[in-house]
Design a binder for this molecule. Structure first.
Ligand SMILES: [Zn+2]
Ligand SMILES: [Zn+2]
Length: 239
């Protein structure tokens, strides 16, 4: 399995970072977790044809995680892709996409997709997927895709860090000193790291003020047992 960091950015621009998207590939089959704005352009830069994507797993319906969904569907329509894009997301995903189509009626009956909401376990494109509800300002899921766990937006919580897997891709939105129940800070992350046996952790979704102190963050986290690094767009995290 290959995991590619397509976009490691947030809702606020930072140099070289497109909004959230990770691609999982196995035996030539590809799925995306989140499709924030910039995904369509980034996939093209990374030589990934949107026609080849079988499914999109949405962690939640915030714009920096789903903003390119209609763009991807439209590109597939105009490229003559016959297969339906399989979309998985938390409860409310179908309503969200339907609402967008109310605003773009010309796309209705053109875009080819199927939505499944709130599935706890499913198989798609040869991947075994489990969804785990997270703590964010709206309904959100983390996904365990085979042996790789991806948090989406959340505060860090023990149940997630106790899952056995090869790699955890976790958000780190905010820098030191923030009190938040919706996102992760270096302090809240470090507290949960004592419960984990996951050896490799890759951090993503750092807001610009967090990126500014990334070296301080990495040294603050350097005494935990896991290997920790910060993802950049285009990184291959698992070969
Ligand atoms: Zn969010
Ligand atoms: Zn976000």
């Amino acid at each position: 399995m290959k995991v590619l960091a397509v976009g490691t950015g947030t809702a606020v621009p930072a140099e070289g970072r497109s909004q959230s998207c990770f691609m999982f590939e196995k035996d030539g089959r590809k799925i995306l977790v989140d499709v924030g704005m910039g995904t369509l352009l980034r996939l093209n830069q990374l030589n990934v044809d949107v026609a080849e994507i079988e499914a999109v797993l949405l962690t939640h319906n915030h714009l920096d995680h789903n903003g390119d969904l209609l763009g991807i569907l439209k590109a597939r329509w105009l490229s003559g892709v016959g297969e339906k894009l399989q979309i998985f997301g938390p409860k409310g995903t179908r309503y969200h996409v339907e609402s967008l189509l109310e605003s773009y009626p010309y796309l209705r009956n053109k875009l080819r997709f199927e939505i499944q909401e709130d599935l706890k376990e499913f198989e798609i494109a040869g991947f075994e997927v489990k969804s785990i509800p997270t703590f964010h300002s709206i309904k959100s899921n983390a996904y365990l895709v085979d042996e790789v766990l991806i948090s989406g937006d959340t505060k860090p919580f023990r149940e997630l860090f106790e899952i056995e897997c090869d790699l955890l891709i976790h958000e780190l939105s905010l820098p030191f000193g923030y009190e938040t129940q919706d996102h992760t800070t270096p302090e809240s992350l470090k507290k949960q790291l004592e419960f984990t046996k996951i050896e490799r952790i890759v951090l993503t979704h750092l807001y610009p003020q967090t990126l500014e102190v990334k070296n301080e963050i990495l040294s603050f986290l350097s005494d935990v047992g896991s290997e920790i690094r910060i993802a950049n767009d285009g990184d291959v995290l698992v070969v």
